[in-house]
Design a protein around this ligand. Structure first.
Ligand code: NI
Length: 182
């Protein structure tokens, strides 16, 4: 389909609560998912949410489709299976939280330290309406929390507790190969 322009922080649509998908396996849903896949791949994202390409529906995609390709932005992303997740419901397990650096295609050039629950159970559907039901931890749990936050109008900078740990990627990590613009 097409590589779409990713909406950036400041855009009102990114702050909206997205609507659930009511019908699976439709041509509209297929087209949306294709656009999200094309855009995420083009920008080397670890994940993308439909609102980021201007569609306020509860659809997220995350993980690495081709595990022979390494994601240059997030090495840990290679451990997360490629997942199309629709109408997700998250339940955190326990109270363990962990700090981790996050970036977002809607907040280009920056990284911030965000606390996330370490373990969670998530449920939802794939594009055909099949149930997805998983117990995950670590980076997988982090990506799911980050992407699903987009469906409730939350961007990761809104979750940063200590703003001294928020900055430009190429200043925070001068020796890394992370791009300046993502
Ligand atoms: Ni994001």
């Amino acid at each position: 389909m097409a590589i779409k322009q990713v909406l950036r922080m400041g855009e009102p649509l990114l702050l909206q609560k997205a609507l659930p998908v009511s019908q699976f396996d439709t041509s509209e849903l297929r087209a949306l998912i294709q656009d999200m896949e094309d855009t995420m791949l083009d920008m080397n994202g670890a994940g993308i949410a439909a609102p980021q390409i201007g569609v306020s529906l509860r659809v997220v995609i995350f993980g690495q489709r081709d595990t022979t390709l390494k994601n240059p932005r997030y090495a840990d992303a290679n451990d997360v299976p490629y997942t199309i997740l629709i109408n997700p419901i998250l339940n955190f397990i326990g109270s363990d939280i962990e700090d981790g650096w996050e970036g977002c295609l809607s907040v280009p050039g920056l990284r911030g330290m965000v606390q996330r629950y370490k373990r969670l159970h998530y449920k939802g559907y794939d594009q055909f309406g099949n149930v997805i039901d998983r117990l995950v931890s670590g980076f997988h749990a982090r990506v799911v929390q980050h992407e699903c936050d987009h469906l409730d109008g939350i961007l990761y900078p809104m979750r940063i507790k200590d703003l001294s740990q928020f900055g430009y990627t190429n200043v925070l990590f001068p020796n890394s190969k992370l791009g300046d613009d993502d």
